[in-house]
Design a protein around this ligand. Structure first.
Ligand code: FUB
Length: 343
């Protein structure tokens, strides 16, 4: 018999992701959203991603942002309104580049924008800028906050007290400050990390000064503990703190949430004090499209929401777009894990 050889054409269809939520803002790239309700209105303080001529590297040089825009929303379902440039790197005397994830706070009719940037020695510090309006423009203090370093400030108001949380390892440089001084043993973002079986590097917290412009006390390291009370170890990349600190309070418990960086989760711990310790509980938000995962959690009326980002619009890790979805707490205080990619 005659053997027939049929040539098979295999059509490989590229898997397209289906996302839980649509982009919230699409006319500019936005990331790292810090959302707040001030006087009944929702405000978002994100990073403003831009195309950069700087090449991608392990320290995140391609995240070369230079200004901030603030957005407002009348209700959780309305379109965010872009209020334009709220602060530009050229108006911050000490800052050279990389205006990374910001946050904001309101006190006595004034608004404070907290932001990280690299100084002229390429060392990250935290800056503060002040405005009479939640949408800016903000006027920067001439110097960084005294004794500040690393990235990702987040401010949490508890009654009359305001706490600032911060830190990020690798490109965020937190590992370089383990001794209290800037360690420059090498140029790699992986130098100066603890050994895998040592406690992971801690995020930082300090109460803010009454004028909101400086640390009001000696900063403390935050402990993130395992269920058995032992510290999460540096080698435990699935659970250790990487960057993107955020705190919210629910039923009198303090929730500390953060990105695990190279394992791309938003994880959380629960504690009885804004200083911690926080006992690790699990994952709030699974990996999004793109390397970074960075969020904020805010209550609007009776419901809670998580603001986050992915790269649905650009497909580029440093050109991100904001998203938002509801977040739910269970009766036992745990948070239901959110899957941002449906398939
Ligand atoms: O957006 C720049 C940096 O990437 C942020 O500061 C980090 O949290 C990460 O999202």
């Amino acid at each position: 018999g005659k053997q027939e050889s049929a040539e098979e054409t295999v059509i490989v269809e590229e898997e397209k992701s289906t996302f839980l939520s649509p982009p919230l803002i699409s006319h500019i790239y936005t990331a790292d959203p810090s959302a707040h309700v001030f006087d009944g209105k929702i405000y978002i303080y994100p990073s403003h991603d831009v195309e950069s001529v700087v090449e991608e590297d392990d320290s995140g040089a391609h995240f070369n942002m230079r200004d901030y825009h603030v957005f407002s929303m009348e209700t959780i379902d309305s379109e965010p309104v872009d209020h334009g440039v709220a602060l530009d790197v050229d108006d911050v005397p000490w800052a050279k580049r990389q205006m990374w994830a910001p946050d904001a706070a309101q006190k006595d009719g004034k608004y404070y924008l907290y932001f990280p940037a690299k100084d002229y020695d390429d060392i990250f510090h935290l800056g503060v800028a002040v405005s009479d309006s939640p949408t800016g423009p903000f006027t920067a203090q001439p110097e960084p906050m005294k004794g500040s370093y690393s990235i990702d400030p987040a401010v949490f108001q508890d009654g009359n007290d305001y706490f600032i949380y911060w830190g990020g390892i690798w490109g965020g440089q937190l590992q370089k400050w383990r001794t209290g001084e800037y360690l420059s043993t090498g140029d790699s973002p992986y130098d100066d990390e603890p050994a895998d079986d040592e406690p992971a590097i801690s995020p930082m917290v300090a109460k803010l000064s009454g004028d909101m412009l400086e640390f009001g006390e000696e900063p403390r390291q935050i402990k993130i503990l395992d269920q058995d009370g032992s510290p999460i170890l540096a080698g435990d990349h699935e659970r250790r703190f990487f960057e993107a600190a955020w705190v919210h309070k629910h039923n009198d418990k303090y929730y500390f949430s953060y990105s695990t960086g190279d394992t791309h989760n938003i994880a959380y711990g629960i504690g009885d004090s804004p200083y911690g310790p926080f006992t690790y509980q699990g994952v709030i938000l699974k990996p999004v499209q793109g390397w970074t995962n960075h969020h904020s959690i805010v209550q609007v009326d009776e419901k809670w929401y998580i603001f986050y980002h992915d790269t649905e619009i650009s497909g580029e890790t440093h050109l991100r777009n904001l998203k938002m979805t509801e977040l739910t707490h269970n009766a036992d205080g745990s948070i239901n894990t959110i899957e941002p990619i449906l398939k």
